[in-house]
Structure formats: C-alpha cells, structure tokens
Design a protein around this ligand. Structure first.
Ligand code: SR1
Ligand code: MG
Length: 399
C-alpha cells in the first residue's frame, strides 16, 4: 500500500528487503538516513549503513516543488523499466537498479558517492573534460540498441507500448518544453521586466510556432529508440572522470535527436551563462563525434530488421544508411536544443547556470543571447552544416 515514506517507514521498508538490508549491514536503527531530494518531482534519500549505501527514490502524488500540481505515482515504475533496459547496454555509465516496489513506488539504486550533479560541477568550475564523450557513448549505444536496428520488430513494438504509458511525464515535456514558452503561458517565469518583451515576441512569432509544432509532432510520433527523455546536466552525475546518467523517469520511445538536443542545449546555456568557463563549449564537439563513432560501432553489432535484405548488406550501403540516420538525428538535435534553451531561459524549471552573472543586467543580456541562438537553431538550421558551426555559434553568443 502506498504512503509517502517518513524516516521510520523508510527504515522499516528497507529492513524488510534482505538483499538491501544486507548491503547496508547492521540493524535499520544504525543506518544514517539523509533526504537529498533535489529534482522537481520525487523524494530521494541516501541511506548509509556500516557495510554500504543505497539511494532510494519515491514518487509523490504531486510535483515535489509544487504540491498543488497532482501527478500519478507511476513515474518510478518507468524509471525502473528504463534502467533495466539500458543499464546492461552501458555498464559504468548509469546506476544499477537494486530493487523496485510497484506498490510503494520505491526505487532503490546504487548510491553514487562522492559524485556531484554535473550542472553543479560546471558551475563550480570543477567539471573535468570527458563528460561530453561519455554522454555521446551513452546516447549512441542505447539508442541504436533500443531501436529497430537491433532485435525483432516485435521487441521494438513491445518497448514502444510499454513506454507509451508514461503519458503524465510526456505531458510535462510537451507542455513545458514545446508549448508554454511559445504562448506566454502563465507558468512561464521570464525575468521581468527585462525579458517580458522577449516572451511576447515569441508568443506572436508564427514561424517559431510552426517549428515548435513540427518538433512536437516528431517528439510524439517518431519512436526511433528508447530515450532518457530529460537529459539535461542535472540528470548526470560526475566524480572526476566517472560519468553517470541518472533520473530516467521521463523515458519514452521518441526521436533520438531529442536526447541529443537537450544535452546540447544545456551545454550551450552553460557556455553563454558563464563565459568565464569554456568547459561546456569544449565538450560539444566531443559529444557529437563520440555519438557518431559509438553509433557506427553499435550499428555494426546490431542485428535488426534493417538487415533483412541482402541488397543492403554491403559496407557502402550500410554506411549510407547510417549517414542518413545520423543526418536525421542531427537535424532534430538542432531543433530540440533550440526549444530546450528557450524553455530553460524563460519557461518553468529554468537552469541555475544564469546565476553566474555578476549583476542583473548582465544576466538578462546573457539570457537574451541564449534565446537569440535558440532562434537561429530553430529557424536557420541550414546554417549549422556541421558541429563546428554549432560550436562557433555558441562561442559567439557567449562573447
Ligand atoms: C514539473 S517538472 C519540471 C521539470 O523537471 C524535470 O527535471 C523536467 O526537466 C521537467 O520538465
Ligand atoms: Mg530529474
């Protein structure tokens, strides 16, 4: 039976799970339970015992940061299903799933210690190079291996059906990322008065409205692969060069360029919000080139319905099929990065990276430059023929 855990209920529940209690060691009363909820939706605790530690996540019947916003509990079930599918594909790039309780909507995963959230590390200028390539590997491998390229189409259909049920969180993305920022929705939180006119301009821009509608349609009707669905720099933890993707509760089957675009958009925002640091800018090209390289490796390993015709099996044809696949992802990535930048700059749930500005006027100017870049990504994607052109545009916007 579901009830939101308090300290006592949490200890009691973990104590009833022999594998978890054994991992922690000692009696439940000896465990150190610390609430570390940080995201917008769920409760999270780190529990430490004499023998080890675990991370526990429980859904609330509402958005954690806004109790007036009701939310179904099933999001941890989708996160558990996502982790079960992708963790074996990318060992060392995510967390192990230790336990899921479908009645209490409690997920127990490996505790990442002493990792910190990548966004925090970037803001503190302590993030080390290499995380872009790690995310490129993560997205490249998980996307090919959970697409029609690999396995029988029946497995893909089952995956699509399973994650199509994640409608509550998909609704959040459709509204907060793809709709509200472009219609002056009351949930938006642009810096007022500095960005009020910008929000109004966007709300009256027919070209942007059409492009947002196109991307929304692609997001909802192009189930290319199993996506993380919320791959911003707050969904990644790092410890030195160890990089882990967390928080897969928004998982769904969709266009691969969505995950790529969210990550790219967040790197671009950090670069513009904090021009004293070049780490985000420097990680963009390694992200994309590693994504392409990993896609090529996974493509060769995969065995799916694309390979059914002997007419397509020679190397040159396979290379051209892969190039076509990557070109489609690249085009989607530019658009979704544009949406993510606008959303995190004027919409609901913004990025804290902008706090790097020394004063309000500078912050507003940086936010405006970020939205100007987003407009270019959305409206003039032909100007970004390769990833070097994207890096140049981000560098220019950060100056
Ligand atoms: C109401 S949830 C707001 C945001 O938090 C999550 O991390 C997602 O990014 C979502 O859009
Ligand atoms: Mg999250």
């Amino acid at each position: 039976m579901y009830r939101t855990f308090d300290d006592v209920a949490l200890r009691e529940h973990l104590g009833s799970l022999p594998a978890i209690a054994g991992r922690l060691g000692g009696p439940p009363t000896a465990w150190d339970v610390r609430e570390v909820s940080d995201g917008n939706l769920n409760m999270v605790w780190i529990v430490r015992g004499p023998a080890g530690a675990v991370c526990v996540k429980q859904s609330l019947p509402h958005v954690r940061v806004d109790p007036s916003w009701p939310m179904p509990l099933d999001r941890t079930a989708f996160e558990a299903a996502y982790l079960s599918e992708i963790a074996p594909l990318v060992p060392g790039l995510t967390t192990g799933l230790l336990h899921f309780d479908p009645e209490r909507f409690v997920l127990v995963i490996e505790a990442l210690m002493p990792h910190v959230v990548l966004r925090t590390a970037m803001q503190g200028h302590t993030a080390l190079p290499g995380f872009g390539a790690a995310i490129g590997r993560f997205v490249g491998r998980t996307s090919v291996m959970t697409s029609l390229r690999h396995g029988p189409f029946e497995a893909m259909m089952a995956r699509i059906a399973r994650f199509a049920g994640n409608t509550a969180l998909t609704r959040i993305t459709v509204d907060l990322v793809m709709t509200d920022p472009f219609c002056a929705h009351p949930r938006n939180q642009p810096m007022r008065p500095e960005l009020t006119a910008l929000e109004q301009d966007l709300a009256h821009d027919v070209e942007i409205a059409r492009i947002a509608a196109h991307l929304r349609r692609r997001f909802l009707s192009t189930p290319q692969a199993l996506l993380h669905g919320d791959l911003h720099t707050g969904s990644i933890m790092v410890d030195g060069r160890d990089v882990r993707v967390i928080d897969g509760e928004f998982a769904l089957c969709g266009p691969i360029g969505f995950d790529c675009g969210q990550f790219l958009g967040n790197l671009a925002m950090n670069a513009i919000a904090d021009p004293d640091s070049t780490i985000a800018l420097d990680e963009i090209a390694p992200f994309w080139t590693t994504f392409l390289a990993e896609t090529a490796c996974a493509w060769a390993e995969a065995s799916g319905s694309d390979l059914a015709s002997p007419l397509l099996s020679d190397d040159a044809t396979q290379d051209s099929l892969r190039a076509q696949w990557c070109a489609e992802i690249y085009a989607d990535m530019l658009g979704f990065a544009g949406l993510e930048i606008v959303r995190r700059t004027i919409g609901y749930a913004q990025v804290s990276d902008y706090a790097a500005a020394p004063d309000r006027a500078t912050e507003a100017a940086r936010r405006m430059r970020a939205v100007a870049l987003a407009r270019r990504l959305l409206c003039a994607p032909q100007a970004f023929g390769d990833i070097a052109a994207v890096v140049d545009a981000v560098r220019e916007a950060a100056q």
